[in-house]
Every structure is written in C-alpha cells, then in structure tokens.
Design a binder for this molecule. Structure first.
Ligand SMILES: [Zn+2]
Length: 341
C-alpha cells in the first residue's frame, strides 16, 4: 500500500515524503491518533518507499507498490524490516514483551541489505511492558544511523515520557465521514444506504469501516431503538426487565454506546443540526418528534447519566440500579413533555 493509495492524512504523509526526499528523515517517529484510522498503513507505505526498487519522485515521492521489495514489505517478510506487535491478542490485555524488543538488537547491528534503512515498526507501542520499554529506550538513546523506528499508538500517554521525547510525534486525525462513505461505495460496491450507515458508525476510522457488516449494524439499531424509545409509557416492571436482561447478557457497555447515539441524534435535531450524520437516520420522523418532546438540557442530562454509568462500570457500581434510574428519568422527561403539550 504506497502513499497514493491511502485515504486522507495528507499532512503527515507530505511531512514524511519531504523528510525522505530532502534527506531529513529522523531516527524515531511516533504516529499517534484514534485506532484504525491509517497510522500503520502510513508506516508501511513509508517503509515501502525506503526500500522500493523503482520509486517515483514525480508528482510526489512514493513507492511503486509492485516490485519485489514492495511486496516483501506488504507481506511483512522484508529482511530489513521488523514488525513488533502485542502477543496473545486473544487475551484481554495483550502486551509487547521484552523478548520481542530484544529481537531488535541483531536487526540494528548490521547495515541494511537492500534499502537505505533498517526499519523497526512497533504497533500498539503503548502495550510494551516496563522491561520492554526500558530495553527500547536504551536503543533509542543511541540509534545507529541506518535505523528508523516507527512507533504507533492510539494511547501515547501510556508510553514512557522518555520514549516519547526521543520520537518526532505525527498526529493522525479521523477521516471525514463522507470520504469513508465514498470509499465504501467505490471500492467495496456498498449501496448508498449501507455506506452511509457504516461510515457514520466508523466515526472516521477507515480500518474499522472495512470490517463492519451493515446487516449486523441494522440488527443492533433496531434492537436498541426498541429498548430506548420503543415504549413511551413503560411500566416499572418493563423497565426492571429491560435493565435485568441487559445486565445478565453482559450487554451494558454496548447498550450505553447505542443509547448515547440515539440521544445524540435527538439532540442534533433539537439543535437544528440535522446536516450532521445520524446513526438512527431511518427513524428520522420519530427522532423529530422526540426532539420536540425533550429540551436540549434534558437530553444532555440523560447523556451525562449514561457517561456516569460508563465510568461506574470500572468501579463495579450496580449497573442494574443505574440503568433503572436512567430509564425512569427518560420516562419522566417524555411523560412531562406529553402532559404539557
Ligand atoms: Zn516498489
């Protein structure tokens, strides 16, 4: 994947192209920003460009994407390139361990075989253990001239400050939703409605958009819409049942996400901001009615209540009581609006 096939990220890409072209490439970079937005693709594109057998310089510096070196980088088997990422990704808290960082040593001792640099790409660098971080720090303190370290992280604040200070940081921003929508339509032959839904859900993360199934999203939308706004005069028993079933099926985090999105869509309409993409757009008439029933202040208060619930999960708060309370407050706002019409 050369630079020209990456969607967005013009600023960091232009920076890197210019740095290579003018011989100003540093020894260590930190690519940071939201998960799944293209940081690793850009790191791979830079690696390809440094090793490409037929690079182009016009109109912009780039790899050919088709030579042997480019293919080897793409398949992660290039002899001058080492990719390190957390092991045991099946576990809830995968880590990069010290043995993985020690594997860098033999790579950096010798000069590159093919291109100008030995490249070490460390994905999810913030998952390094303390021992691994300290081992990397030693190498970063005195890197050989022919070495390039590319650290990738969506949580740069979890990296050692001493590692961060030795890297030039390039920030990657989420893509505009319509750029993802266009990409899905053009390259994945997705129909317009599905592309709109998937791109809105991805929140600017192309890597995530490519793995989403629009049919699964539609099922979730229907399910959580019914729970949130399906019953405008829910009895206490109905509310207890909904909360209990969400807790028992471990669906609380997911439910909080979808409820937040529903409230966000109502708020957009209440504030007359309907040009922003909405997840529940197929419910627009009902959303408009809700936007008239509830004040922006009430919608924001409900949303804050969900935020507190989300934080409460880490502190082992009783989720069922929290959800019951949220639903009672929601009903309060809806009933109040109806009795004052
Ligand atoms: Zn090439």
């Amino acid at each position: 994947m050369p630079f020209h096939s990456i969607i967005g990220h013009q600023r960091p890409i232009k920076w890197l192209q210019t740095a290579v072209h003018t011989n100003h490439l540093g020894h260590a970079y930190l690519f940071h920003g939201e998960p799944a937005i293209g940081k690793r693709y850009t790191a791979m594109a830079l690696t390809q460009f440094l090793h490409c057998e037929h690079p182009t310089l016009d109109p912009t510096p780039d790899a050919c994407g088709t030579c042997r070196s480019c293919h080897q980088v793409e398949q992660a088997i290039h002899p001058d390139c080492l990719i390190i990422q957390p092991e045991d990704t099946q576990k809830s808290n995968p880590k990069i361990k010290i043995d993985q960082i020690r594997a860098i040593e033999p790579l950096v001792i010798y000069r590159p075989l093919v291109g100008s640099h030995k490249v070490c790409l460390i994905d999810d660098a913030d998952t390094m253990t303390t021992e691994a971080s300290n081992a990397l720090l030693k190498t970063l303190e005195d890197p050989p001239d022919h070495c390039l370290f590319l650290l990738i992280s969506s949580r740069p604040e979890h990296l050692l400050p001493t590692i961060r200070s030795r890297c030039l940081a390039l920030r990657f921003s989420p893509l505009p939703v319509n750029a993802i929508e266009e990409f899905l339509g053009k390259h994945k032959a997705m129909d317009a409605g599905d592309a709109k839904l998937v791109s809105t859900f991805s929140e600017g993360r192309l890597g995530q958009a490519l793995h989403l199934d629009p049919e699964e999203l539609k099922v979730k939308l229907r399910q959580y819409w019914a729970l949130l706004f399906g019953e405008q005069h829910a009895s206490a028993t109905q509310i207890f049942d909904i909360s209990e079933s969400l807790v028992k099926s471990n669906q609380v985090p997911e439910a909080i996400y979808w409820f937040q999105q529903g409230l966000r869509d109502v708020l957009l309409l209440a504030l007359d901001e309907s040009s922003n993409p909405m997840l529940y757009c197929d419910q627009e008439p009902a959303l408009r009615q809700l936007a008239q029933q509830m004040t922006p202040a009430a919608i924001i208060a409900l949303s804050q209540e969900l935020n507190q619930l989300e934080r409460g999960q880490q502190r082992n708060l009783n989720m069922q009581i929290g959800l019951d309370q949220f639903f009672f407050h929601l009903q309060d706002h809806l009933d109040y609006a109806q009795t004052h019409e």
